[in-house]
Design a protein around this ligand. Sequence first.
Ligand code: GZL
Length: 321
Amino acid sequence: MICLSGCASSKPVESENATQSIVIGFSQSGTESSWRKRHTESIRTELEKEGYEVLYRNGYMNQDRQIQDIRSFIVYQVDAIVFTPLQEDGWEAILEEAAQAGIPVFVVDRHVSVNDSSLFLTHIGPSFKAEGNRAGLYVSNYFRGQSNTTINVLELTGLDNTSPTQLRSEGFRETIQRDLAQNNVTIQVQDAIGGDFIRRKGKEVIETYIKEGKMASIDVLFSHNDEMTIGALEALEETDIVPGKDLIIVTIDAQKEMIDNLKKGLVNCVVECNPEAGVFVKNAINRYLKRGADAIPKEIYVHETVFSSDMDFSQIPPRNY
Ligand code: GZL
């Protein structure tokens, strides 16, 4: 049996050279973060190790370009399409073209919003809502010992119209107020401002917030990804705010640079978003080729965890991104 949980998979039953003829079209959304670059490398490496030919296209964070890339895979008559959508909507037409051509689509990382879910075979990726839950639980636990106070959160959100942004926000709001009512502690999101998952925009948002004299009232920064957090830390260097102490910082991805910041005490909690999707994608494609579409679940979650300043840092696995 081929696992779908990231374990090594057996090669398809056919002869070794059977996979030589298999061509996979891989449309990636962009290269905006170290996380995204590792995500790309993980998928390409695992599929090529399996003997598949991978046609890789970078969408440069442009949906029209991604649609053109997918159309080129259809014209080329690839055997399968691996697709990491930039945003949630606007994919119905091109996915119908792939379905008409009889080409299975494996959606990886962010979700697509389509009326007909048969237009893609499966979604392989993180549980973004769980990531938000973990961030919120850290914050509610951090302030558990306090009473009769209000904690203000500034949320630095990712790209609009994407499932990580939507679900991380939902998950965070679900858990920030956990078990605090009895101590009369209120944790509230004072502002949620978009930084598009990009370092430069994360820095600009915090610089503006500082200029407007609002940063002093903020107790917690919840940032949807490490790139924006790095930008925020750069902006804070121009103030007397001590990150990790005056300002509690919770961030998502767990890029190496951010784990280093955790160890230095510059941030307090780093929620892992696992970019190592390659093995999961490879196993799902192998299973499809060997046993058909019915053998593939609609959702395949990648495993991930959370790191914080009060843990034994030697337990943090090396970061490949
Ligand atoms: C989440 C992924 C996000 C990362 C960011 O799976 O879509 O996009 O958290 C990246 O680093 O930009």
